[in-house]
Design a protein around this ligand. Structure first.
Ligand code: PNW
Length: 473
């Protein structure tokens, strides 16, 4: 850890982030119906330990306590997601007033404590009835999303200065419809690309609906988990594979939204997978409406090599960089042309390599490729094997070092010209970590998953001081 003091720009927005299915629980209360994550987590073998979000960390019943905790931590902003199946439980049609009331109370609690709400409309919890009609393989899902976006903007928009359409459509498309490790658990290359296009369409139609109904001055955002790609060697084939992975994970979303087209190289590379007939006349105009803010989520870099028969023979499946794949290469989700390679440590408890410099590079890459874009770090953080001591402390020095290093990396990107307006730490508190269930802890607040008792970790006290000084120490 370096020791030079690092001041952030005045007004830099300090926050934490969560998502509905990961924290709320109360899955069948007040009119909420199933999402694809309820179905998936209740399918044997899909989630570590058979864990589900049925109770999660009971945030639905603890909103006042949790917002009070945020205020104690000096948070200026809080990024949460709205559960589509609470607002429009059937996916289309009837609006559920009790669902709107829950988020209305949350927003009021935040505003009463001077905390800026940053709402995300879709953090992976698609209403199950829409999945039964094809989910993101059905282009109508994008139109249903725009209707839901309009409802939220009309009902809650007067108190929402920033609304994000989608969180990490890469995960929805390539983990949900590619590797199948996320809900709805479909596998394939063409399915992942189809889902990606319909998610882009959902952003475009959703952003247009939001702009029609949000008050002037409210901002529309899109959050992407951009890949920070390194080539395994200087060989032409590996550099080409790295470019391709950058296309299939970053430009596949950035280019249609910000430039109104898919990259030519991407279309050429994937001709053997799909004819792209899911891209209809008018789609790119509907998608290319841009975004006022680009949310960037970053955890770890990606190391890429060109596909070879030898790599294919050793290939494994799973998450990129996860401990199970650290022993071997894995096909890069969404393409048969490139492989993700295991990387050297240090690692977090996810098995993800810690490399802050790649975060600076990534933010500067976005800044140079898409100039003038307002950026927000909407997720960054780390899972570690935390222990709650008998003295009531969690000594997570490893997490503090991770956060300090990555905040210095954000600062370096700002010095290099990137227009980064704020930082949302993932996560406020330990929660349901998707396919890993409760086995991975990302919080700066420890949660006892039996008693639901919240205990700020050392990192929470550290972050509180960073926010108070608007600077690293
Ligand atoms: C993000 N990958 O998920 C999500 O937005 C959060 O809900 C999640 O808890 C957090 O990061 C930590 O995992 C990701 O395999 C899941 O590359 C998987 C990947 C990336 C992001």
């Amino acid at each position: 850890m370096s020791t030079a003091a690092v001041p952030f720009p005045p007004g830099f927005l300090w926050g934490t982030a969560t998502a509905a299915y990961q924290i709320e629980g109360a899955v069948h209360e007040d009119g909420r119906r199933d999402s694809i994550w309820d179905t998936f987590s209740h399918t044997p073998g899909k989630v570590t330990g058979g864990d589900t979000g049925d109770v999660a960390v009971d945030h639905y019943h603890r909103v006042a306590e949790d917002v009070a905790l945020m205020a104690e931590l000096n948070l200026a902003a809080y990024r949460f997601s709205i559960a589509w199946p609470r607002i429009v439980p059937a996916g289309s049609g009837a609006v559920n007033r009790a669902g709107l009331d829950f988020y209305s109370r949350l927003i009021d609690e935040l505003l009463a404590r001077g905390i800026t709400p940053a709402a995300t409309l879709y953090h992976w919890d698609l209403p199950q009835p829409l999945q039964d009609a094809g989910g993101w393989l059905n282009r109508d899902t994008a139109a249903r999303f725009a209707e839901y976006a309009a409802v939220v903007a009309q009902e809650l928009g007067d108190r929402l200065p920033m609304v994000t359409t989608l969180n990490e459509p890469w995960c929805s498309a390539f983990l949900g419809y590619g590797t199948g490790v996320h809900a709805p658990g479909i596998t394939g290359l063409a399915t992942a690309l189809t889902a990606a296009h319909h998610l882009n369409l959902a952003h475009g139609l959703g952003a247009t609906a939001l702009r029609a109904h949000l008050p002037a001055g409210s901002k529309v955002a899109l959050t992407l988990n951009l890949a920070a790609v390194h080539a395994a060697s200087d060989a032409e084939a590996d550099r080409r594979a790295a470019r391709h992975v950058q296309d299939v994970s970053n430009r596949i979303f950035l280019d249609p939204v910000l430039r109104g087209r898919y990259p030519e190289a991407l279309l050429a590379d994937l001709q053997h997978v799909t004819d792209f007939s899911f891209v209809r006349d008018g789609d790119l105009a509907a998608i290319g409406v841009g975004t006022d803010v680009l949310g960037v989520n970053y955890y770890s870099p990606t190391l890429v090599a060109a596909a070879t028969p030898e790599l294919a023979a050793r290939a494994e499946r799973g998450f990129i960089n996860d401990p199970q794949s650290a022993s071997g290469p894995m096909p890069y989700p969404g393409t048969d042309l490139a492989f993700a390679l295991p990387q050297a440590g240090p690692y977090t408890a996810m098995g993800w390599r810690v490399e802050p410099a790649a975060f600076t590079e990534l933010l500067l890459w976005v800044h140079h490729e898409y100039p003038g874009l307002e950026l927000m770090v909407t997720e960054n953080g780390a899972a570690y094997d935390d222990r709650l001591g008998s003295d009531g402390r969690v000594r997570d020095a490893d997490r503090i070092a991770y956060l300090d290093g990555h905040l210095r990396a954000v600062h370096a990107a700002i010095e290099g010209g990137a227009d980064v307006r704020g930082y949302f730490l993932w996560s406020l508190m330990d929660n349901f970590e998707w396919a890993w269930g409760f086995s991975k802890r990302f919080g700066i607040v420890h949660v006892d998953f039996d008693t639901q008792v919240r205990t700020p970790k050392d990192s929470a006290h550290w972050y509180r001081d960073v926010i108070a000084r608007n600077a690293l120490g």
